[in-house]
Design a protein around this ligand. Sequence first.
Ligand code: FAD
Length: 627
Amino acid sequence: MTELERHSFDVVVIGAGGAGLRAAIEARLLGKRVAIVCKSLFGKAHTVMAEGGIAAAMGNVNSNDNWQVHFRDTMRGGKFLNSWRMAELHAKEAPQRVWELETYGALFDRTPDGKISQRNFGGHEYPRLAHVGDRSGLELIRTLQQKIVSLQQDDFRATGDYEAGIKIFAEVTITRLLTADGRAAGAYGYYRETGDFVLFEAPAVVLATGGIGKTFKVTSGSWEYTGDGHALAMKAGATTLNMEFIQFHPTGMVWPPSVKGILVTESVRGDGGVLTNSEGKRFMFDYIPDVFKAMYATTPEEGDRWYTDPDNNRRPPELLPRDEVARAINSEVKAGRGSPRGGVYLDVSSRLPADVIRKKLPSMWHQFKELADVDITKEPMEVGPTCHYVMGGVEVDPDSEMTKLPGLFAAGEVSGGMHGSNRLGGNSLSDLLVFGRRAGLGAAEYIDRLGGSRPAVTDEMLAEAEAEALLPFNIESGENPFVIHAELQQTMNDLVGIIRTEAELVEALERLDDFKVRVQNAKVEGGRAFNPGWHLAIDLRNMLLVGESVAKAALERTESRGGHTRDDFPGMNPEWRQVNIVCRAEGDGVAIERQPIPPMREDLIELFEVSELKKYLTEAELPKGAH
Ligand code: FAD
């Protein structure tokens, strides 16, 4: 074995986005020694890229808002497949988490009377997103990091050591979770800069590694989104669920090619932007599904009135949940009514004065000017769907965020259940705060329950982890990992993308089987010190396991719901609403099974009109006497 740096902590948090930071803060506040490990620089996570805001029913802009309305919107957005307990906790606790951020020093945009301002977003009945222009994630990360620094200063005053309570390990990739006696025992990884290996022994591990975007070719995510947490959890014996549900955000940049997929925030539509096709038509009015008909305007005039008089008008269909808008754009382009570069038009220039656009959407103005030489105050943008978010993720207990492996917790985008088949915009940042805190709490309570007993890491486990990581250096004749990655992404985009069929999914699974051999034979040159080929060769294993999970679950679910559209099974089927598809690692692949979803608690069911419930539930699930 090569030399190994060893550390021992109470809790190891893998990931320094919003979920990881909030989990670390909570565990430290409860007296635990915490390591935060992240693959990129500290502060560079997807959370920092979030634009629109944090959804929380504070009722600052419309006092009719409350947790019950937020819960209803979230369940509707997820097409009732959500873990209703997570949706309940999320709706109830999100406002506290936003106010708490203010006590940590966050500076949100304000209403004229000085409250935290809240903006409209798709699927949210009232203005609900607390925001800072279109740079909300930056403020969230800045604030959480500031809180960590203040805790480290407290620790210094108490112990003379800034890192006594929280120590940060940046640019370290975790390649394996360690388990002993059927529970978590720590995490193993390497420093990206030197290639040196590092061990974190800990009885509690929190996964907060974010999403899987880089498994697909067109994505709003950056290089870190390789599904590491999903794969690490499965390989350690935990499960994932709902992996078939991928959110293709309707509006990514389509041009120039080098920036294809970069996000165009939903705030553009929330603040009045409209979608048009090559004939100049606001086409979304043609795509309002029956389940949403009563809630959306049927004419542009009514939709436009809603922005100033929401109590007496219905919202415009540009603000339907993301899955609906993405499918509509896809259909327009397929029907030959797209823009010259294969998207549609998103126009805010004819809707708002230039100075308002620059004030409300500064990043968007800058992004289009710099990257595409388009001035969005004068001309429309060209946009199209981009892989943005994975609703599926590691299966957790809704209250404690513990996975099926004792001692392993998951929070944020890597965890599953909360968003059902489709996430509403803004509900991720609130999810990170609510469930990040709960994961830190769950980890601390778990350690207290363990008492003094700690799982042991053996030399054998370490030798295995090292051999696995070094494999790409020891391949005689293999393939370049960058070539394999490009082809894997293309396969996922073409065959497991926004619209799916049985034949394409079967073909995808056959190709993924071939990729297993190719990924195993990914070969890298050079040494271990900052070697991007080696990093990718390791990440590829995770993307492959994730890709197979998505494709297998998508083949199994013979209906269309939220972020899973089957051309051969176009409608929702209430029988399918009763099951999650659970994935576990088996051999070198993925085994799936159907798992019944527990019936919704009666007091939560009563929050909905029976006429609405009938659109989603089977007869047997409807409240008594409602048939
Ligand atoms: P991330 O913030 O992605 O952090 C993941 C962390 O895990 C990183 O530190 C990474 O380095 C680390 N990591 C990953 N793998 C490993 C490994 N193997 N070893 C060590 N570390 C690892 N949501 C909203 O609610 N509102 C919005 O306005 C919004 N806008 C968005 C705009 C963009 C452009 C994007 C991409 C997303 C947006 N989202 C938004 C979604 C939201 O930002 C993400 O879902 C959320 O930030 C994910 O947070 P997280 O803490 O789960 O993970």
